[in-house]
Design a protein around this ligand. Structure first.
Ligand SMILES: Nc1ncnc2c1ncn2[C@@H]1O[C@H](COP(=O)(O)OP(=O)(O)OP(=O)(O)O)[C@@H](O)[C@H]1O
Length: 228
């Protein structure tokens, strides 16, 4: 589903590589935690998978497409297959919960009856039924992240990328968010989640990929946050 083959990324001349000869394969339906110290290349990995940035060398393949060779007009089709969730939620503040999620379908040109059917379903899935009319500031942090996840998932992408989705949440709320991501993963969606949340990684026991200075230093099934 996502393959990196000897991928390096150098942002500026004289800078050390943000990713260095990274080779990694993530299969359909996997749940992968990306861990490592600050600056180790986790966000760079996610950005390259989204084609928000170009690799300096190597090959990035996502959902069967060689991302480096992808023509710019085909990038929207790639991004339709990928949902993204961030630490800071990134909701539209002047729109309701319902409108935030509906917007993701409207920009894809989905017909009104599809929007009207799909949005309530996904809000039910993320546990926000009954809160459709609220604005983001009328929600807790955990609820805001649920809206962001609903928005990322409403188009049923095959891949969900999450950059520290529990970074702004307390431990109990984080567990709820992880249960939701786990449920989404069980629908067959591949999930890659960059995180510093050691408790969550230790509880979930999923595949753990650890980067240090842009290099792969550990790739462990049912892994923990720190190496043993
Ligand atoms: N746009 C950019 N321009 C220049 N250097 C960058 C840019 N983005 C990231 N870097 C550098 O690349 C390296 C990897 O950064 P990256 O954001 O991928 O790390 P990270 O593991 O996600 O860190 P964190 O856990 O703090 O989010 C760092 O040295 C960073 O300073």
């Amino acid at each position: 589903m996502i393959t990196f083959e000897r991928v390096s990324k150098v942002y500026g001349a004289g800078q050390r590589p943000a990713l260095s000869e990274l080779t990694l394969q993530i299969d359909k339906g996997e749940f992968v935690f990306l861990v490592g110290p600050s600056g180790s290349g986790k966000s760079t990995f996610l950005r390259l998978a989204l084609k928000e940035d170009r690799a300096s060398s190597g090959t990035v393949t996502v959902a069967g497409r060689d991302v480096g060779r992808l023509r710019s007009w085909k990038v929207p089709a790639l991004r339709r297959q990928i949902g993204v969730v961030f630490q800071d939620f990134r909701l539209l503040h002047d729109k309701s919960v319902y409108e935030n999620v509906a917007f993701a379908l409207q920009v894809l040109g989905k017909p009104r009856h599809v929007v009207a059917q799909t949005v309530p379903e996904v809000l039910q899935l993320v546990g926000l039924a009954g809160k459709e009319k609220r604005r983001p500031h009328e929600l807790s942090g955990g609820e805001q992240q649920r809206v962001a996840i609903a928005r990322a998932f409403v188009n049923r992408p095959s891949i969900l990328l999450a950059d520290e989705p529990t970074g702004n949440l307390d431990p109990t709320t984080s567990v709820g968010i992880m249960k939701l991501l786990d449920r989404i993963n069980r629908t067959g969606t591949t999930i890659v989640m960059a995180t510093h949340d050691d408790d969550i990684v230790d509880q979930m026991r999923k595949r753990v990929v650890e980067l240090v200075d842009g290099r792969l230093v550990r790739d462990e099934d049912r892994g923990v946050y720190g190496s043993r």
